[in-house]
Design a protein around this ligand. Structure first.
Ligand code: SF4
Ligand code: FES
Length: 334
């Protein structure tokens, strides 16, 4: 075990834990410390090799370890740096980190279009949250923004390459949980883009998960496109006996009245999928009879999407009977 102090809070964590995961562990034990967890736009605990791309998780190591207490000379990526016994780290408390994060957000937004009013990801977009916390009101960028030709990657997933921040999560997802990845990042630098190489559609049974891992609105669900703002829908936990052996069938239904507008995997407080779901559950099961509804889903994130609260008793009552399911319109106050 190693003792690590993050923003003045001490904790023992297993050797080999990264600073980011140590901060998450701290917050899981003490929810009031959630604000001390560095943001992560590319790291994804379920995807091997992820992290180290976006630099949003930078922190300052003010004491290297008990053995070698010298501070680290530069800010480090907390998703890629493992803790040492006696290490002291500053995230929220470091003015240098806050300043660097502002710079990272400014870079991420250089080419990112101001699409929030028309983007389906708005309300659950990590870049939107980050921009809100660390972005500046004006841009100093005077050049033409980078744009890409529209590429059709199939009938279920919409690719908006102009919004992509090249975090590689979708590539790792396709590589690690689907068979026969057909997309990746081609070219380098300013020209780097997500592509299916030969315009093949992404059509294997788990391909829809790239939508859930994408931190921005670069990959969105075509079956939900422009149907509603996410904060106007009511999320419910639901499950079904899925015949796909790799899928547990545990999902969130995003509803408007009795209509299922979209189906996603369940995400934890860090915005990461709890278990990946198959395309049949995600795209083809849009009728209430397909699902056993468990109850309202509390979205526990600092995004606008968690602004709603279920405070109508009728919600609980109707959800005990999935056959006569009737969601009370407006029961979620957001
Ligand atoms: S499309 Fe989304 S998940 Fe894929 S690299 Fe771009 S931002 Fe990341
Ligand atoms: S989350 Fe650490 S570099 Fe992206």
């Amino acid at each position: 075990m190693a003792k690590v102090t993050i923003d003045g809070h001490l904790m023992d964590v297993p050797d080999g834990t990264t600073i980011l995961n140590a901060a998450r562990m701290m917050a899981e034990q003490h929810p009031e410390l959630s604000a001390n967890v560095p943001p992560a736009m590319c790291y994804y605990s379920k995807l091997e090799g992820s992290g180290g791309k976006c630099r949003t998780c930078l922190v300052q190591v003010t004491k290297g370890s008990e053995k070698d207490p010298r501070p680290m000379p530069k800010l480090v990526a907390s998703c890629r740096t493992t803790v040492m016994d006696g290490m002291e780290v500053q995230n929220k408390l470091s003015a240098q980190v806050q300043d660097a994060r502002k710079g990272v957000v400014e870079f991420l937004l250089l080419n990112h279009p101001l699409d929030c009013p028309v983007c389906d990801q708005a309300g659950e977009c990590h870049l939107q949250d980050l921009g809100y916390e660390h972005g500046s009101q004006n841009t100093r960028y005077e050049f033409k923004r980078r744009t890409f030709e529209v590429e059709d990657i199939g009938d279920k997933v919409k690719l908006h390459m102009n919004r992509c921040i090249l975090c590689y999560r979708c590539v790792f997802t396709a590589n690690q949980i689907t068979e026969g990845r057909v997309h990746g990042i081609i070219n380098r630098g300013d020209h780097a883009e997500i592509s299916t190489y030969i315009h093949q559609s992404i059509d294997n049974d788990f391909s829809g998960n790239v939508i859930d891992v994408c931190p921005v609105g670069a990959l969105t669900d075509k079956t939900f496109r422009f149907k509603s703002r996410v904060w106007n829908t009511n999320p419910y936990n639901a499950h079904r006996e899925c015949t796909n052996p790799k899928c547990k069938g545990h999902v969130v239904l995003w509803m408007a009245g009795n209509d299922i507008l979209r189906v996603t995997a369940r995400k934890d407080q860090w915005g990461e999928v709890e278990s990946f779901i198959c395309n049949e559950c995600r795209f083809d099961k849009k009728s209430l009879g397909d699902w056993i509804v468990e109850g309202p889903r509390k979205i526990d994130r600092h995004s606008v999407i968690s602004g709603g609260h279920y405070n109508s008793l009728s919600d609980k009552k109707v959800l005990t009977k999935s056959t006569t399911f009737a969601v009370m319109e407006g029961s979620r106050k957001d």
